[in-house]
Write a protein that binds this ligand. Structure first.
Ligand SMILES: Nc1ncnc2c1ncn2[C@@H]1O[C@H](COP(=O)(O)OP(=O)(O)OP(=O)(O)O)[C@@H](O)[C@H]1O
Ligand SMILES: [Mg+2]
Length: 227
């Protein structure tokens, strides 16, 4: 489902005489449906950078990033938009909160974007928010003022609302209490069981070992950063 082949990337520092720093060289990863692969490596090793390349936020200089039959490295912007709508989900480490947009609308948006009728999308969102212990009194409010853990759970509800065949998870259990952490791990396990291919970053080693089938240390492919 996800096949990364020999990709490379450099950051060009325009404010320092266009100095070029190689950050990724010759990285290859394959993730089959139903599999979870963990990206590992010390802080600054380039894990989030690789995830941003896969999601198409950072350009890739060479190599291929196949998600199904789309190559993110060469896809046109509108192909990336289509890919993100129906194929590739991403739970970033922090929720991007938009003031005045209610929690229910944040969670239903990915379903509405794929044509789910409003009533069905709202019903699905309520199931997820209940499961993730977001109190009902918060559902009509914007998550702007929510606690870090509440925002993270809204982000997870949003990322899991639509059943994407491929999922990127950046620290999904980072600031959760044990109960909610267990719920999120169960949701990831269920996503694998329905055939999702998942790439995750987990500083929580117990969670990583429980959920992930393989580990991939990015340090070996990040020459400019590992030094
Ligand atoms: N846009 C950018 N321009 C220049 N350098 C960048 C840019 N983005 C990231 N970097 C560099 O890449 C390095 C790796 O960052 P990245 O966020 O991928 O690390 P990480 O492995 O996710 O670390 P952590 O575990 O702390 O989240 C950073 O130290 C930074 O120097
Ligand atoms: Mg990171």
């Amino acid at each position: 489902m996800i096949s990364i082949e020999n990709i490379s990337k450099s950051f060009v520092l325009h404010n320092q005489g266009s100095a070029e720093i190689p950050v990724m060289q010759g990285a290859s990863i394959k993730v089959a449906p139903g599999e979870c692969v963990a990206l590992t490596g010390a802080s600054g090793a380039g894990k989030s950078t690789l995830m941003r390349m896969i999601y198409g936020n950072y350009l890739t200089a060479s190599g291929r990033i196949m998600i199904g039959d789309i190559d993110v490295a060469t896809a046109a912007p509108r192909e990336i938009i289509q890919l993100r709508r129906r194929t590739l989900g991403y739970v970033s480490q922090f929720l991007r909160v938009v003031p005045r947009v209610s929690t229910l609308d944040v969670v239903t948006e990915p379903l509405r974007a794929t044509g789910t009728p409003r009533a069905a999308a709202v019903a699905q969102a309520k199931v997820l928010l209940t499961r993730l212990n977001i109190p009902q009194r918060l559902w009509q409010l914007s998550p702007t003022t929510f606690s870090g853990g509440e925002q993270q759970r809204v982000n997870i509800a949003r990322g899991f609302a639509y059943s994407y065949p491929a999922l990127l998870l950046d620290e999904p259990t980072a600031s959760l209490d044990p109960t909610n952490r267990a719920t999120v791990l169960a949701m990831i396990t269920e996503a694998k069981a329905r055939g999702a291919a998942i790439i995750g970053i987990f500083h929580d080693h117990a969670a990583r070992d429980e959920i992930c089938d393989h580990q991939f240390d990015v340090t070996q492919f990040t020459p400019g950063l590992a030094a």
